[in-house]
Ligand binder design. Sequence first.
Ligand code: FAD
Length: 302
Amino acid sequence: PFDVLIVGGGPAGASAAIYAARKGIRTGIVAERFGGQVMDTLGIENFVSVKETEGPKLVAALEEHVRSYDVDIINLQRAESLKRDELIEIKLESGATLKSKTVIIATGARWKELNVPGEREYRGKGVAYCPHCDGPLFKGKNVAVIGGGNSGVEAAIDLAGIVGHVTLIEYDTKLRADAVLQNKLFSLPNVTVVINAQTTEVTGADKVNGLIYKDRATGLDHKLELEGVFVQIGLLPNTDWLKGTVELSKFGEIKVDSHGQTSLPGVFAAGDVTTVPYKQIIIAMGEGSKASLGAFDYLIRQ
Ligand code: FAD
């Protein structure tokens, strides 16, 4: 069996693998797709100490770093269940079962998509999901934020301080964000809020140049001219395969303590899949190394 088996090969999982392998213990990492969300990222400008890079380039560096240690990398394999006996067993969709004394879950999350024409096409060319990452690229420009929950309203407030103008578009007849956030939003001079509006298309030439929404009351289409669209309709943690094992929050995120320990002894978790706030590469890496040290601490006490 492994001493530490990591499920997920994004920044959290890769970081956990390096920290575990450096303890000289038997380490494995199983991932559906090594690199995770970073593979889908064009420009990265907030990975501290690296002024500017691209997702696939950062993933290649991560993989090289992991491969420089004695780590079993099991790529292109999806975990389908976790069971705790004497050892922790991870069953893969391929039918194989991996056993380990400790497990670190780092299966990440995915942004909910609008599923409208133009969204995929202009991803990274005006369509964005992370204001902390891409906000500064739209300095002085006009953007829209789709979604009036807490994350949408927070994004609109954040962006209003950087961009020229923000239009916040909400499908429902009212915003769902906390009152204090709504009050802040409505106090800003360069924000317009449109409710009861369904976004039907992101338009562009080689990058985004506008957005079409349907007024749900009148059925009429409206076109906005803008250069950026931030989609903020939810982040889904990849925990479907864990139902009934580790304790999850109401949003489906794995609950962890300050050492990355979940509700199940020997099972740790890190990165976007957990309740730890602010989903970022540098945070996922820090949390991955922390969970790994937590697992090592657990092992030496057995
Ligand atoms: P992920 O990167 O999601 O990795 C999850 C891993 O688990 C993957 O290897 C996946 O294949 C695997 N996996 C999932 N389910 C299973 C399963 N059942 N079995 C086996 N393996 C599984 N952050 C920044 O800091 N700066 C940026 O500029 C930035 N830009 C972004 C742009 C885009 C378009 C996106 C989508 C995200 C961006 N982020 C950015 C966020 C950042 O990518 C994430 O916070 C980070 O990747 C989270 O790392 P993670 O390891 O927790 O999860």
